[in-house]
Design a binder for this molecule. Structure first.
Ligand code: FMN
Length: 249
């Protein structure tokens, strides 16, 4: 098992995997790590669907265009989940406010599911496995994902995670300088921030032009904004409303 420092500081997303399956023992460790994730109120407002069936992975690959789903050993879908507390509350005739109709209710579940995914990422990496989050599972066709996987009211996909035995070790992405990410005492002023960000933008452009494997002429800002431009066509709120999440205005 890797030490904590190299697990955290050398992690990178892995998109190519060996055919080899992850062992049951490895999966048990990942699942226990997920289970011990801290959650708001200890409410555990999340669930994970563990998918290793190849025909199901193929369906999800088709929906999202993300080939990692097909080639990974296990694809785990992390969902915000209020269904479990809803059915138990009903069984016990408890008063249940519509927390899913509040923005904070949604944030709580999304944070829980995201932290659970991070537990899985770290656990997988520490035992020599590779993983890649798949956000397209939420954005490409969320209604189809909910329907195929039988997600009931109160459950919505937040992010997927492909996990497998690594077949590549790509260069690590340069990240924002610490001063731009972790600000001392108060929020940084724009002049300082811009000079850090411009230097970072140039560093990413240089990395993209020279990295191993496929290169590109992308800088950071335009590349990220192009994802946001694409994101303007997603209908996440509509899909969430179908699953019973109706955030207040
Ligand atoms: C919430 C989330 C969603 C992501 N969705 C995808 C995805 O759909 N497809 C993909 O190839 N990578 C996806 N990624 C991986 C990011 O592209 C990757 O983390 C980022 O480029 C930084 O690289 P690194 O993980 O190697 O540090 C996602 C990452 C996160 C955290």
């Amino acid at each position: 098992m890797k030490d904590v420092k190299s697990t955290l500081l050398e992690r990178r997303s892995i998109r190519r995997y060996e055919r080899e399956a992850i062992t049951d023992e490895q999966m048990d460790f990942i699942c226990e790590a997920i289970r011990n994730t801290p959650t708001s109120y200890n409410g555990q407002q999340y669930s994970v669907i563990d998918i290793s069936d190849q025909s199901m992975k193929l369906k999800l690959e088709e929906l999202t265009g993300q080939k990692q789903i097909k080639t990974c050993s296990h694809f785990m879908l992390f969902c915000v989940d209020y269904h479990k507390i809803d059915i138990l509350g009903e069984r016990k005739a408890l008063k249940n406010p519509q927390f899913t109709h509040t923005m904070d209710g949604i944030v709580v579940g999304v944070v829980d599911a995201s932290l659970a995914m991070m537990s899985a990422i770290v656990a997988a990496d520490s035992i020599g496995l590779g993983s890649c989050p798949i956000g397209f599972i939420r954005t490409k066709d969320p209604e189809a994902v909910c329907s195929i996987l039988g997600l009931p009211q109160g459950v919505f996909p937040v992010c997927g995670l492909a996990i497998g035995v690594p077949r590549e070790m790509p260069d690590m992405h340069p990240k924002q300088p610490l001063n731009a990410l972790i600000m001392k005492g108060r929020y940084a002023n724009d002049t300082e921030l811009l000079s850090e960000l411009e230097a970072y933008d140039a560093r990413v452009a240089q990395y993209n032009a020279t990295r191993s494997g496929s290169t590109s002429d992308n800088d950071w800002a335009d590349h990220i904004l192009s994802y946001y431009r694409e994101g303007m066509s997603y209908h996440t709120l509509v899909a969430m409303a179908r699953q019973g999440f109706v955030p207040e205005r």
